[in-house]
Design a protein around this ligand. Structure first.
Ligand code: ZN
Length: 490
């Protein structure tokens, strides 16, 4: 349990937390805008007006450039950037991953970050890219582990120390690395070397990497998805338990004339309209933006507004218990994100342990909703119901039902449950009147399981004509099956 991180609200694997740093407390989930110490598209001072509470910059760039280094050593990091809130510093690992080597040792860069007053210090770990040979991932992990152990002995006091989790695209290595680091008590756990996965839209594998790392860590620890800055995948990552993101994207995309939205990115030349109401998009038309002398800066500003608006929406959804609904909507922006969503729900048994038992109304948003943790939880609890005598299963009240010993309500994707629970979460769910195949599959197989658990009861199942599914035939072998239309005439 970290004394620097407090969790206030939870939904699925997501949470609203408070992270204490020497320069103030940050509410998570949040994004840290990346500040390039050399070029600033938007000044660090201004970042608060977009919603930023914490910044991230690169200590290696500062260390390597004499004029930056001397100012940082003299005035401190906060003096150098002109920002008095929390600042995290990267170590040069990114440069290591791009250039293959760096001109600094782990101890030197740790000492430098400590001296200039970084709030969150990152050791010089080895960012192993995806798809390398298992042996290489293992060997590099061993070097990272040594460096992180050294860092933990070296950094004491109130500055926070990050313990990056590596392990390439091998979930077992990620989990092993994470559980090793858990024992060393870092204050923040970045998940490293995931940028190539995001750049190539490999969201399903990203989900596995995050879930594996999270399994190894304490659920009470804050997690930073290093290099993730596109708002379209924030909700998915937050639902898996990521608390911090960092965005170089706002500036890099702006440089490339790209306009960020939660549904993807537009090239500004192709925009006829600006689908946003931030101060920039309210003031300029698409044509004016394209011709503006400061187009890059304007795009950078819009990109930041869009980024932080999504963070605020995610936090509201956590408060309302609606995070998974948001994830299901966002993941429809791209088929590869949809793969990420499907992968997320393969982790439902794990998510179910983290997900609050009651929350806002469950909304059925599509076939994937049938695999949500709440549905799984209900299936696990079927044995709690004990049924005997004549049992009526129906979707809603029908005439003459008073003559049955027990009455169950059938609602896809759950199945059959005592009618007294209709208003109880999650059975109070808002679902489609025309359940899809996946919802019926889950609900009908749960109903069959319930019948098998209580073989002595005599069942009557009132079927709706919309229920077209092969399992209906199985139901008819165990229950008297009557269509609602026919029942009315009886
Ligand atoms: Zn805008």
């Amino acid at each position: 349990m970290s004394a620097t991180f407090e969790i206030l609200d939870k939904d699925a694997g997501g949470r609203i937390g408070k992270l204490k740093t020497p320069h103030g407390t940050v509410e998570t989930p949040t994004v840290m805008p990346v500040i390039n110490p050399n070029i600033q598209l938007i000044s660090p001072k201004e970042m608060r007006s977009f919603g930023a509470e914490i910044l991230i910059t690169n200590s290696y760039i500062i260390y390597r450039k004499e004029e930056l280094r001397s100012v940082a050593l003299q005035k401190g990091l906060h003096g150098l950037l002109g920002f008095d809130g929390p600042i995290m510093t990267d170590s040069g690992s990114f440069q290591l991953s791009v250039y293959g080597s760096v001109e600094v040792t782990n101890e030197e860069i740790l000492g430098f970050q400590q001296k200039i007053g970084s709030d969150i210090i990152v050791p010089l770990d080895i960012p192993t890219p995806p798809d390398v040979h298992y042996r290489r991932a293992e060997d590099e992990l061993a070097v990272t582990a040594e460096r992180l152990e050294a860092a933990r002995k070296f950094i004491k006091g109130e500055q926070l120390l990050a313990g990056p989790v590596q392990g390439s695209t091998y979930p077992e290595l990620r989990e092993k690395a994470a559980s090793h680091l858990k024992g060393l008590n870092f204050e923040v756990y970045p998940l490293g070397a995931v940028v190539p996965l995001m750049e190539s839209y490999r969201y399903a594998e990203l989900v596995d990497v995050i879930a594996a790392s999270k399994r190894g860590l304490s659920p009470a620890s804050p997690v930073h998805l290093f290099g993730a800055g596109h708002p379209m995948m924030f909700a998915l990552a937050v639902a898996l338990g990521c608390d911090l993101f960092d965005s170089a994207a706002y500036a890099l995309y702006a440089k490339d004339d790209r306009y960020i939205t939660v549904n993807g990115t537009y090239h500004v030349e192709k925009l006829n309209y600006l689908p946003c109401s931030c101060p920039i998009c309210s003031k300029y038309t698409a044509e004016e933006l394209k011709k503006a002398d400061n187009k890059e800066e304007l795009l950078g500003r819009h990109n930041l507004y869009a980024t932080f608006a999504e963070i605020r929406l995610i936090k509201q959804c956590i408060k309302d218990g609606k995070l998974l609904e948001l994830v299901e909507q966002r993941c429809r922006a791209h088929p590869r994100l949809l793969d990420g969503l499907k992968k997320l729900y393969t982790h439902s048994p794990w998510l179910e342990q983290l997900d609050p038992a009651t929350k806002g109304t469950y909304f059925y948003c599509g076939p994937e909703s049938a695999s949500r943790p709440e549905v799984l939880r209900f299936a696990k609890r079927l044995e709690r119901f004990s049924l005997e005598g004549s049992v009526l299963i129906r979707t809603g009240q029908i005439k003459g039902e008073g003559s049955y010993d027990q009455i169950l309500t059938f609602k896809a994707p759950f199945g059959a449950f005592p009618r007294e629970m209709e208003e109880v979460y999650p059975f109070s769910a808002e679902v489609s009147k025309y359940p899809d195949y996946e919802a019926l599959s889950t609900a009908l197989s749960n109903t069959l399981k319930l019948m098998d658990l209580n073989p002595k009861a005599e069942y009557t199942f009132i079927c709706e004509k919309e229920f077209k599914h092969p399992l209906i035939e199985e139901i008819s072998k165990k229950a008297k099956l009557v269509y609602r239309e026919a029942w009315k005439k009886e």
